[in-house]
Ligand binder design. Structure first.
Ligand code: GLA
Length: 387
């Protein structure tokens, strides 16, 4: 891969003098969805699919970006002195946003760069291709300029760029999962205070299977910001009757006791999801630590149900894929993963049944939705590395 990427870099930028090759993973979230901007817990892991970069410093202040995934866009250029968001700059708004965020935080990027990106995360699949680019860019710049920030700070810089430059009001999960990834482990993260621990996920008889609806997320971003606003409003209403800072501080019982303070049935459902999903995530991690995979799978199924009925972020494609997966033999649990509105789902499947699973779920999905889904049996991975 390294040699192949270097060759591409030479084709695009003329030679590879002083160039280095880097990798950052993608992520899949096993449980704890739409909890990360509500002060709740998440349980994602970093994946062996992700984004590669070949990068070097320039002597002037020009930034030159190229992606093998968007070849027809060619090299997209921008000056270090003019790091403003520009829709026409397309995907390069992600790396530009990170360089902008670094400067805002006092890390002075003094020269331009040539960077070639190559990703093998399917675009729009909800496996965090954009956060992967952000974390990779932060990691490349840290290495090139000897910046002193750590991996958690890199995650925060990526999130800051996404929120303030690309204007998607995301939580910290994706950037944290990618920056802090650890092979064979998922990260149990409390998003209220960024306390975390690594939990081994080397399953004896089962495997994690990712299923892609192949429906691009489309309207996802505006709906995402809308859900977030609904939760913030519900929190304010609850704060009139109980002293809390976020929905993650509520148990199911406390929520039921005080939910009448929320003056809309829609907001009550949204807040209910945030509270119950957080508690489910805590229970799921306990189940996994106790080697109770069956219980973990059941909680995954409950999570999907709540995302479908209370949070309303699934849609016919994800619901069909998950329902078919849950019916298939050898499946312990299945749910949508990521923001929703299309993208991917994740299932825990007994190793002996993986082939039957793919055939059965794949056939049923195509019959009902009209186009095929995809399956990825993936490995977990460490965070960003120099290759
Ligand atoms: C997206 C966001 C994350 C998180 C998930 C939903 O992936 O980037 O911060 O909110 O959706 O759990």
């Amino acid at each position: 891969m390294k040699k192949h990427l270097m060759e591409k870099f030479i084709n695009v930028f003329g030679n590879n003098k002083n160039a280095k090759v880097y990798f950052a993973p993608g992520r899949v979230n096993l449980i704890g969805e739409h909890t990360d901007y509500n002060g709740g817990h998440v349980f994602p892991c970093a994946l062996s699919i992700g984004t590669y970069a070949v990068a070097r410093k320039r002597e002037d202040n020009l930034l030159r970006f190229y992606s093998t995934n968007f070849k027809r866009l060619g090299i997209i250029e921008c000056s270090l002195d003019n790091l403003v968001y520009n829709k026409a700059d397309r995907w390069t708004n992600y790396p530009k946003g990170v360089i902008w965020a670094l400067k805002k935080k006092g890390y002075n990027v003094t020269t331009g760069m040539d960077i070639l990106y190559h990703g093998n995360i399917p675009n729009g699949s909800g496996l965090s291709s954009s956060a992967s680019i952000e974390i990779l860019t932060g990691f490349v710049l840290k290495d090139m300029y000897n910046f002193s920030f750590d991996s958690i700070e890199n995650a925060l810089i990526g999130q800051f760029a996404e929120n303030n430059y690309n204007k998607v009001n995301c939580g910290i999960m994706d950037q944290f999962a990618i920056s802090m990834g650890k092979k064979n482990h998922a990260i149990f993260l409390d998003t209220a205070n960024l306390e975390y621990n690594y939990v081994p996920i080397t399953l004896e008889n089962e495997q994690i299977v990712i299923m892609n609806t192949c429906k691009k997320r489309g309207l996802g971003e505006s709906k995402y910001n809308e859900r977030r606003a609904e939760c913030e409003e519900a929190l304010k209403e609850l704060q009139s009757v109980i002293n809390i800072e976020n929905l993650g501080q509520l148990t199911e019982e406390l929520f039921e006791e005080h939910k009448n303070a929320i003056n809309s049935s829609v907001r009550t459902k949204r807040a209910k999801h945030a509270v119950y999903e957080n508690q489910r995530t805590i229970k799921a991690v306990t189940a996994l630590k106790n080697n109770d995979i069956a219980q973990f799978g059941k909680l995954m199924n409950d999570s999907h149900e709540s995302l479908k009925n209370d949070y309303e972020v699934t849609g016919i494609e994800l619901d069909t894929l998950v329902a078919e997966a849950q019916k298939a033999p050898g499946v312990l649990g299945a749910r949508m993963t990521g923001a929703g509105f299309g993208g991917c789902a994740v299932a825990i499947v007994h190793k002996d049944y993986i082939d039957t699973f793919k055939t059965q779920v794949g056939t049923a999905y195509k019959e009902k939705i009209g186009y095929p889904c995809e399956f990825y049996v993936v490995d977990t991975s460490d965070g960003p590395t120099i290759l």
